[in-house]
Design a protein around this ligand. Structure first.
Ligand code: AMP
Length: 301
């Protein structure tokens, strides 16, 4: 596994992997001719403090792509002042070992000065698409501009064919997918299933902040979402009633930022449970947690 911390080195490696020399290819119709052929390169952007949720994205990339690159960059521009940027866990050596074991080919761990060189005045940034406006965009108004800008930079620095995002951050996946479509990025975006711990809690690097007592209370998010999912399986299709029961099911939390059922693509309010997603954000102690489940037909699209 190669480890990179400069733009030029990682870009050169990704381009090398995409256009591999195949002059030794026996089946080549042009014998002895020096040819190159395109290979798929998967990219998994992360902020580190890796867990099985991240590794499920890596596994998908390793399964589907010829080469896999992971980025570990704790992006300051997606955190607002007063959020947990300084407290965020940074177990870099353990992260690298997990990625080695998972069969990753390259890791990009740039220092902040490489991603945001000092001295730039009024740096360019991406204005996120409308799907970023509600939910997380309301709770964290500057968050998606930071996410879109850093992901756009990573897509340029590592010109991969495929990028893997988790549905744990459901709105983020939709925002990135929309940005890629609207700005004609040459990359396929994959949304990968949310991975949970044994007690149902969605895996998150932020779970490390929870005390034992808070961890028990945190189960309320996934428990309430699972109850709504069960009600839909049992035939309930009344979005208002389901939303009400989602909210009633949330107990023992310190603040609920939102608990809604939305259209799965636009994340706008919907009156049909078909192709919808239930999304929750809440705090337990000082920790802000998000979780969701897709509802209705065509789960996964
Ligand atoms: P982060 O390091 O939190 O920025 O996450 C990096 C990527 O891993 C994002 O695409 C997340 O959605 C994804 N991810 C984080 N937790 C999970 C999880 N529990 N299940 C699936 N994907 C996840």
């Amino acid at each position: 596994m190669e480890i990179f911390d400069t733009v030029d080195a990682v870009r050169t490696a990704v381009l090398r992997d995409r256009w591999r020399d195949s002059s030794d290819c026996e089946s080549s119709p042009i014998r002895n001719a020096k040819r190159t052929h395109a290979s798929s390169v998967g990219l998994v952007p992360t902020m580190g403090a890796l867990h099985a949720g991240h590794l499920s994205l890596v596994q998908r990339s390793v399964d589907r792509c010829d080469r896999t690159y992971v980025t570990i960059f704790l992006n300051p521009t997606q955190f607002a002042i007063g959020e947990d940027l300084d407290a965020y866990p940074k177990p870099l050596d353990a992260d690298l070992q997990m990625l080695r074991d998972a069969g990753v080919d390259g890791v990009f761990t740039p220092p902040i000065s490489v991603m945001y060189p000092p001295g730039e005045i009024g740096p360019c940034h991406i204005t996120p698409p409308a799907v970023a406006d509600a939910l997380e965009g309301q709770s964290r108004p500057t968050h998606f501009a930071g996410v879109c800008t850093v992901v756009a930079k990573l897509f340029h620095i590592l010109p991969a064919t495929d990028a893997f995002f988790g549905k744990k951050d459901y709105q983020q996946w939709r925002v990135i997918e929309t940005m890629v479509r609207q700005l004609n990025f040459d990359i396929r975006v994959h949304g990968c299933p949310l991975v949970r711990d044994d007690d149902g809690v969605a895996l998150s690097s932020r779970n490390a902040y929870l005390s034992d007592e808070e961890r028990v209370r945190a189960r309320s998010l996934s428990r309430s979402l699972a109850q709504v999912q069960q009600a839909v399986s049992d035939g309930d299709d009344d979005v208002d009633r389901l939303t009400e029961s989602l909210r009633r099911g949330l107990s023992g939390l310190d603040a609920v930022h939102y608990a809604v059922i939305r259209n799965r693509h636009t994340l706008r309010p919907t009156d049909t449970v078909d192709r919808s997603v239930a999304l929750v954000a809440a705090t337990v102690g000082d920790t802000r947690l998000i979780d969701n489940v897709e509802l209705g037909s065509d789960v996964g699209t």
